[in-house]
Design a protein around this ligand. Structure first.
Ligand code: BJW
Ligand code: ZN
Length: 245
C-alpha cells in the first residue's frame, strides 16, 4: 500500500528526479558490483573497477573491461528501463541521474539524463584527457591516443577519481529541485551519488527507495518499495497514469 502523501505527490508533482544504480540493469543480465554477483574470474568486481588496477595492472584492467563491454553489447534494456522512459513522458520536469555506464537508459529512450560515472563505450586518454567516441574493438595491446600517443582507458569514473564537475552539478541541481526523488537499484554507499537523496530530502523532496534489499538510505527514505525494478517501476507507471487522468 502506498501512502496518501506519496500518491498525492505522484499525482501533482512536475519535478521528479530518479537516481539509478546497477540493480536496474541486473534484470538485463549485467552483474551488480557488490554481493554474490560481483565476482569476475574469482576477483571482486568492485576491486577491478579501480584506478589502482588500471595503474598497476592495465592488461588485467582491459581484460575485465573487454569482457564487460562485450557483455553489455549483448544485452537489452528491461521493463524497468522502459518504465523510466514513461516517467520522462509523464513528468514535465523529469531528470534521470545514473551511476551506470552501460548506456541502457539511452538505448531505452531517456533523453534528460546525466551519466555520473561515464559511459563504457567511450574511451579517454590518460595523458591529455581527450574523449574518443569512435568504437574500439577488443583491446589486446593497450590502445593509444591519436592526438598525443598516451594510453587510452574507458571513459568511466573509478574509485578515487573525480566526477565531471558539470555532471555532478546537474545531478545536485536536479536533486535539490525535485518534489519526488527515487533511489532505484543502488546500494547507496558510493559517494557523491549516495548523498543526492539527502540533498533532495533537505530541500523538501519526498524520497522513495526501490530495492529488494535494505540499504543505508532505507531508514531515511519516506517510502521503501521492496522488490525488483522490472516489476515495481512499470506498476508505478500504471498508477501515475491513472492518477493523472
Ligand atoms: C536491485 C535489483 C533489482 C539488485 N531491482 N534493485 C565520502 C566518504 C567516504 C568516502 C568517500 C567520500 N566521498 C568519496 C569517497 C570515496 C569513494 C566512495 O564513495 N567510497 C565509498 C565506498 C565509501 N568515491 C569516489 O572515489 C568517487 N570519487 C570522488 O568522490 O572523488 C573525490 C574524492 C575522492 C576520494 C576521497 C574523497 C573525495 C568516485 C566513485 C566512482 C565509482 N565508480 C564505480 C565504477 C564505474 C565504472 C564501471 O561501472 O565500470 O561505479 S564503482 C561502482 O559502484 C560503480 C557504480 O556506479 C557504483 C555504485 O554501485 P551501485 O550502482 O550502487 O551497485 P551495487 O552493486 O553496489 O548495488 C546494486 C544494488 O541493486 C543493491 O542494493 C541490490 O540490492 C540492488 N538490486 N537487483 C532493484 N532487480
Ligand atoms: Zn591524448
Amino acid at each position: 500500500m502506498l501512502s496518501q502523501k506519496f500518491l498525492s505527490r505522484l499525482k501533482n508533482a512536475s519535478a521528479v528526479t530518479v537516481l539509478t544504480g546497477a540493480g536496474i540493469s541486473a534484470e538485463s543480465g549485467i552483474p551488480t558490483f557488490r554481493g554474490k554477483d560481483g565476482i569476475w574470474e574469482d576477483k571482486k568486481v568492485e576491486e577491478l573497477a579501480t584506478a589502482a588496477t588500471l595503474e598497476n595492472n592495465p592488461e588485467l584492467f582491459w581484460k575485465f573491461y573487454n569482457w564487460r563491454k562485450k557483455l553489455i553489447n549483448e544485452v537489452k534494456p528491461n521493463l524497468g528501463h522502459y518504465a523510466l522512459v514513461d516517467f520522462e513522458r509523464l513528468y514535465e520536469d523529469f531528470f534521470l541521474v545514473t551511476q551506470n555506464v552501460d548506456n541502457l537508459h539511452r538505448t531505452a529512450g531517456n533523453e534528460k539524463i546525466v551519466e555520473l560515472h561515464g559511459n563504457i563505450f567511450n574511451t579517454k586518454c590518460s595523458k591529455c584527457g581527450k574523449i574518443h567516441t569512435e568504437p574500439i574493438s577488443e583491446v589486446i595491446q593497450l590502445p593509444e591516443c591519436k592526438y598525443c600517443g598516451g594510453h587510452l582507458r574507458p571513459d568511466v569514473v573509478l574509485f578515487g577519481e573525480n566526477l565531471e564537475e558539470k555532471n555532478l552539478k546537474k545531478a545536485q541541481e536536479a536533486a535539490a529541485g525535485c518534489e519526488i526523488f527515487f533511489s532505484v537499484g543502488t546500494s547507496s554507499i558510493v559517494e557523491p551519488a549516495a548523498s543526492l537523496p539527502y540533498l533532495a530530502k533537505a530541500n523538501g523532496s519526498y524520497v522513495v527507495e526501490i530495492n529488494p534489499e535494505e540499504t543505508p538510505l532505507s531508514d531515511h527514505a519516506d517510502e521503501c518499495l521492496r522488490g525488483a525494478t522490472g516489476k515495481l517501476l512499470p506498476a508505478l507507471v500504471i498508477i501515475i497514469e491513472k492518477l493523472q487522468s
